[in-house]
Structure formats: structure tokens, C-alpha cells
Design a binder for this molecule. Structure first.
Ligand code: ADP
Ligand code: ADP
Length: 235
């Protein structure tokens, strides 16, 4: 069975002011197998965030089928974190809570996924070590550099051992040297956890570095779609 299934997903944003409704996704269709690392490559504005928002349940208004491990998301589906697959989402900005330490940020995620407090310390220490932040667990996010904050967000995502990890341009706000280090680090961690990863980016170098399965999204009138592409098509 597929880990992620997207079938004929259409998303139309409602009209605003005098602008007509906007079809951000038009019958998008693809699926991802458990443990696969897939990149979605497309220009900005093509609907990448829209797709991840649907998969994460942040946006539950769409047509078609979006399912994780066979359970549909959004469209009124009841979300119960204690049962069923766990999904983590890493955004372009780290989105840590600034009033909590790095450790307390991760504890919050563990609690939200119903992990027992007795497991918290082990999970947090393990994940912070993987992103080389062991010395910084009691720091507040704003005491850390942008790259370190994003590593903390990645540690938080993996702490719940997600079945599915959604990543929306997580390295595009970082300088290229830091981004390179983090891409390599992400692959090393993914090899340990083997979560299904859906990674969206507008950076073709990044997509080809991270994965040999890249879905291309195009932008244009008449709607957008996902297509499988060969690497040779990208240049
Ligand atoms: P990407 O992540 O690929 O940059 P998005 O999914 O953010 O693209 O946006 C896709 C298209 O939908 C864009 O043209 C954007 O302007 C439009 N859009 C995104 N969010 C909204 C919204 N809340 N209301 C109306 N249009 C939106
Ligand atoms: P990154 O490239 O990971 O974003 P920086 O280049 O900003 O990190 O910082 C390099 C190193 O400097 C960090 O790995 C860390 O050891 C140290 N460092 C950065 N900020 C702090 C801080 N607020 N307190 C202590 N050490 C820090």
C-alpha cells in the first residue's frame, strides 16, 4: 500500500476582491511508497505549499483524494494523533516557539503525539545528537543561528518517528554552505528512520542531490499538474 496517495486533487482558492478564484492544483495525481524520499520540484507559485498543506491537514478544503497510509486527510476526516500514522511538517522557517527552550519545543511535539513523558528524554537526546545540537538543548531558539534553529526543527520532526515527513523548502532561507551541510545531515538521519519524505523545492540541484525520484510541478494557466520526470529532462 502507498504511504502517500494523491489522486485527482484539485484546489481552488476562493475569489478575493475583484480577482477570480484560483486553481492552485488541477487533478494532481501521484503516490509515494513507504520509506521513499521523493522531491517535488517546481517554480514558486506552482502549488507546492498548497499540496503539503492538504497532506498535513492544515487545509481541509479540496476535491479528490489525499490519503496517508490509507486514511484520507482533511475533508472532515477526524484527526486523532493517538492512532494512525504520524506526520511531521518542516517549514522554510523553523517555527520553534521562542518562549520555550529547544528541549521544551520538542517535548511539546512529543506530548501532542501522545508519547509517554518517560520516553521524552531518550528521544530528545537521540535526535539532538543526530543534528549535533546536544550542547544546546537548554537554549532558547533566538539564542541560536538560523541553521541551528532549522536543525532543532528537524530534530523535533524526527523525535516523533514520523511515518511521513513533509518538508517545504526547509533550507532555502540558509546560506549555501549551511544548506549543503544540512542536506547531507538530513539524508544520514533519514537512513536511520526511513520515514517517507516528501520534500518540495524550487532548487533543481537540491532535488537531484536528495533523491532520484523527482516529481515536477508546472505553473501555468489551465491548472498545474504533477508529472514524473527523468533527470535528463531537468537540464
Ligand atoms: P508554492 O508553494 O509552489 O510557491 P503555493 O501553493 O503557495 O505555491 O501557491 C500556489 C498558488 O496559489 C499561487 O499562485 C498563490 O498565489 C495561490 N495561493 C496560495 N495561497 C492562497 C490563498 N490563501 N488564497 C488565494 N490564493 C492563494
Ligand atoms: P550554522 O552554520 O549551523 O547555522 P553558525 O555558523 O551560525 O551555525 O555557528 C557555528 C557554530 O557556532 C555553531 O555550530 C555553534 O557551535 C556555535 N554557535 C553559534 N551560535 C551560538 C550561540 N548562540 N551560543 C553558543 N555557540 C554558538
Amino acid at each position: 500500500a502507498a504511504s502517500i496517495e494523491i489522486s485527482n486533487v484539485t484546489k481552488t482558492y476562493p475569489p478575493r476582491g475583484d480577482s477570480a478564484g484560483w486553481k492552485a492544483l488541477d487533478r494532481a495525481t501521484f503516490s509515494v511508497s513507504p520509506g521513499e524520499f521523493v522531491c517535488i520540484l517546481g517554480p514558486s507559485g506552482c502549488g507546492k505549499s498548497t499540496l503539503l498543506n492538504i497532506l498535513s491537514g492544515l487545509d481541509d478544503q479540496y476535491e479528490g483524494l489525499a490519503a496517508i497510509h490509507g486514511r484520507s486527510v482533511g475533508q472532515g476526516a477526524v484527526r486523532r494523533p493517538s492512532v494512525g500514522p504520524r506526520t511531521a511538517y518542516v517549514f522554510q522557517e523553523p517555527r520553534l516557539m521562542p518562549w520555550r527552550t529547544v528541549r521544551a519545543n520538542i517535548e511539546f511535539a512529543l506530548a501532542a503525539s501522545n508519547f509517554k513523558p518517560s520516553e521524552w528524554r531518550g528521544r530528545i537526546d537521540n535526535c539532538l545528537a543526530l543534528v549535533e545540537l546536544s550542547q544546546f538543548s537548554e537554549f532558547y531558539p533566538l539564542q541560536l543561528s538560523g541553521g541551528m534553529q532549522q536543525r532543532a526543527a528537524i530534530a523535533r520532526a524526527f523525535s516523533i518517528e514520523p511515518d511521513v515527513l513533509l518538508m517545504d523548502e526547509p533550507f532555502s532561507a540558509l546560506d549555501e554552505l549551511t544548506a549543503r551541510r544540512l542536506r547531507q545531515q538530513l539524508l544520514t538521519i533519514w537512513e536511520k528512520f526511513r520515514s517517507t519524505v516528501l520534500f518540495v523545492t524550487h532548487n533543481a540541484f537540491e532535488a537531484t542531490f536528495l533523491s532520484d525520484r523527482i516529481l515536477m510541478m508546472t505553473k501555468g494557466p489551465g491548472g498545474k499538474f504533477c508529472d514524473e520526470v527523468e533527470l535528463s529532462d531537468l537540464s
